[in-house]
Design a protein around this ligand. Structure first.
Ligand SMILES: [Zn+2]
Length: 279
């Protein structure tokens, strides 16, 4: 397999310890990344956060952090935008305590705005976040994530625009969400290639290095468009990881692959085996 990809679960392991000792467990089972989930609460203190960070670096685990779901940087309510900016900032601070290099978050909703206006407001909010981060000397990449529902801001094109517009912003590429948002677009290898080529054309080959990629199989809503539920690998729902793995190996991409299947580390290991089998 491509030695340069890292793989890990979206959260502490199901079958292992939580907190700092999870890092040794992940290394022992053969994984080398983890996304810390601050999706509901961002109350972890500096001490436990830095303990997780030290354990991660001792065990060669690269950390990313997922910020709270309750973020809407393009809300039509000023107070919500302000709170959302605060939440991104707080998450960035925790990420820096942990030594997590990348902060994933769902950027928000169109909130009744035309898409161009939502984009403008996203840019204003992100500018505020980036200024504050710089002021506080926090070093973390902001990673707005491609979203799974059509009413959410965060199409591939929108996030590429934000990634090229700002230094310090680089999208989180969630294939399950792109698949669901587009009504099951990813079927063939070519469909994956189209997505990756689009990203590479804008970010350049340097921008593909350590790109944070989320993967899970996903069920769409009964209307066929929009994310309903994540499923384990091999569930029969798309998209197919094998086809993505082939392209990753062929192109030698060095992605950080975060497994968002309900089977977390178990499926992360499955992904690793799939990548290893391709030569
Ligand atoms: Zn995701």
């Amino acid at each position: 397999m491509t030695k340069s990809c890292r793989i890990g679960p979206a959260g502490f392991p199901l079958q292992g310890p939580h907190g700092a000792s999870a890092m040794e467990y992940l290394r022992k089972i053969g994984l080398d990344a983890m996304e810390y989930q601050a999706v509901r609460s961002i109350r972890i203190g500096r001490k436990p956060a830095s303990e997780i960070g030290s354990a991660a670096s001792e065990n060669g685990i690269l950390l990313t952090l997922h910020g709270p779901y309750a973020i809407n940087l393009s809300s039509n309510k000023k107070i919500i935008r302000k709170q959302s900016i605060q939440r991104v900032l707080k998450s960035a601070e925790i990420a820096s305590w942990m030594g997590a290099f990348h902060l994933t978050f769902h950027p928000g909703y169109y909130s009744g705005f035309p898409k161009e206006l939502a984009m403008q407001i996203q840019k204003e909010s992100l500018k505020t976040v980036l200024d504050k981060i710089e002021e506080r000397k926090i070093r973390v990449e902001l990673g707005p994530e491609t979203t799974g529902k059509p009413n959410q801001f965060g199409s591939l094109e929108e996030l590429i625009e934000l990634s090229t517009y700002f230094d310090g912003v680089r999208l989180t590429l969630d294939f399950a969400h792109i698949h669901a948002r587009t009504g099951g677009f990813i079927k063939s290898r070519g469909d994956y290639e189209k997505i990756l080529d689009t990203v590479e054309k804008s970010l350049g080959s340097e921008g593909m290095k350590n790109l944070v990629v989320h993967f899970s199989e996903v069920e769409t809503t009964s209307k066929g468009v929009g994310e309903r539920k994540h499923h384990p690998l091999g569930s029969g729902y798309g998209p197919d990881f094998k086809k993505l793995a082939e392209i990753i190996v062929e192109k030698g991409y060095s992605f950080i692959i975060v497994c968002e299947s309900p089977l977390l580390e178990i499926d992360a290991l499955k992904m690793k085996r799939i990548l290893n089998r391709i030569k």
